[in-house]
Design a protein around this ligand. Structure first.
Ligand SMILES: Nc1ncnc2c1ncn2[C@@H]1O[C@H](COP(=O)(O)OP(=O)(O)OP(=O)(O)O)[C@@H](O)[C@H]1O
Length: 231
């Protein structure tokens, strides 16, 4: 049974339908990349999974149980971990307070996050608004890991970051999947990076899946991806 299964999902905001007829499944420990141009509905798909968008039809199952009716906090408690594009760090709390406030029992505790991101340990007494973009992203990921999720959903984690930081984050995300067994969904504009980090990928256009396959195959035939994502 897949960890997360989406069947014929339609969702959006108010009366506006953004996502139309999307079906997909994510297994435990699997990595999925969600690709597509600006505004095609990638973030809306993530928000629908997390319970922050309006679901008009279809089913959303977590370990076989339909969670369509559950509010966002209840989905988070089940093991859905969301790292938003805006990072949503509390500016007037320290790095450590930002991490501790999210903590829930499980494998990942403060020391584990500092082990994963030594830079956060060095900055642990810094206020949330006194961090570089890369440090903010590490904190956003670390804070979500403190909730001990089974599935990690990341919305454009590399946006605006220097290449050396992107490489560091990529290594960490790979470690989380290979060594810690997290399932991950990564929304990225940097399609090649996302394909390298995932097992499978879907490409969205106007709220629908227009291409899907194994990431290695899509990387080998990148022109097919490019035709949907080139601006
Ligand atoms: N809160 C909202 N209320 C109404 N419409 C919204 C809202 N958020 C997004 N939209 C609309 O939904 C559509 C899809 O947006 P979405 O952010 O999901 O796309 P995206 O593929 O993630 O793009 P980006 O790469 O720019 O984040 C767009 O037309 C957008 O204007």
């Amino acid at each position: 049974m897949p960890l997360l299964e989406i069947e014929n999902l339609a969702s959006g905001y108010g009366d506006a339908v953004v996502i139309e007829d999307i079906s997909l499944a994510i297994d435990e420990q699997e990595g999925l990349a969600v690709l597509g141009r600006n505004g095609v509905g990638k973030t809306t798909l993530m928000l629908s999974i997390m319970g922050h968008a309006a679901q008009m039809s279809g089913a959303l199952r977590w370990n076989g149980t339909d969670v369509s009716g559950l509010p966002a906090y209840a989905r988070a408690r089940l093991g859905l971990g969301w790292v938003p594009q805006e990072r949503d760090i509390f500016p007037s709390l320290t790095v450590e307070e930002n991490l501790l406030i999210a903590g829930r029992p499980g494998r990942f505790r403060l020391a584990d996050i500092y082990g994963l991101f030594p830079r956060l340990s060095e900055r642990r007494l810094n206020m949330g608004d006194k961090l570089s973009g890369g440090e903010q992203q590490m904190l956003a990921i670390g804070r979500t890991l403190m909730t001990n999720p089974k599935l990690l959903l990341l919305d454009e984690p590399f946006e605006g970051l220097a290449p050396v930081i992107v490489e560091e984050l990529e290594r960490t995300l790979q470690r989380l999947r290979r060594d810690e067994g997290f399932a991950t969904v990564i929304v990225e504009q940097r399609a090649e990076d996302a394909l390298r980090l995932s097992d499978r990928a879907i490409v969205l256009d106007r709220g629908r899946i227009v291409l899907s396959g194994q990431s290695s195959e899509l990387l080998a035939d990148f022109d097919r991806v490019q035709q949907w994502i080139a601006v």
